[in-house]
Design a protein around this ligand. Sequence first.
Ligand SMILES: N[C@@H](CCC(=O)N[C@@H](CS)C(=O)NCC(=O)O)C(=O)O
Length: 207
Amino acid sequence: MAPPKVKLTYFAARGWAEASRMILHYSGVPFEDKRVTMEEWPSFKASTPFGKMPVLEYNGQTLPESQAIARFLARKYGLAGKDDWEQAQVDSVADLYKDFGQKIRAYFNVAMGRGEGDKDALLKEFMEAFEEQMGHVENFLKTAKNGFLMPSGLTWIDFLAAELHDTLGNVIPDLYKNHHEIVKHSEKVHSLPQLQEYLQNRPKTIN
Ligand SMILES: N[C@@H](CCC(=O)N[C@@H](CS)C(=O)NCC(=O)O)C(=O)O
């Protein structure tokens, strides 16, 4: 059977595309990793289903929404969770990260110089959301007992979590000083042999 024709389009950042890029690299699936510039974006935007990126093109069909893309690819390449129940657990953690993303967005944008607001007040909100999120994630790590978030081992949510954790650590020094299990999780994900070539060569970006 011919290999699938796969193209993933996003900005020149890790952001909401990186988990899907990692699924593809981990699974050894050749794909076009298209990174559009801010100058190219306005003309490309109109052609995207929801006016946002990332967008996946898979054998001529187009799929928007980062988590729908990641789930689709994870199901295809065996990284969605071992059964229906574990897949549902993965989805619930993914939803938790979506809510977390909303809660920390304002501080993140200010910290990145892309927004305005009371930095101290936003940092306080960020830290509250962060500590709550880390508590939930640490519970999953404790239950799974294998260094990943799910009992069966690696799933796509490990990619999403490790990438977001690293991004936040790039913005706030010492963020993980009381969260060693989270650091170990990220190191484990980023040590996977199947990812080394990509990780060593990918563009170095804060987020
Ligand atoms: N829910 C969407 C959010 C996508 C999103 O907000 N993408 C941003 C980049 S991170 C974007 O395309 N911004 C450009 C714009 O809105 O014009 C997803 O998870 O894919």
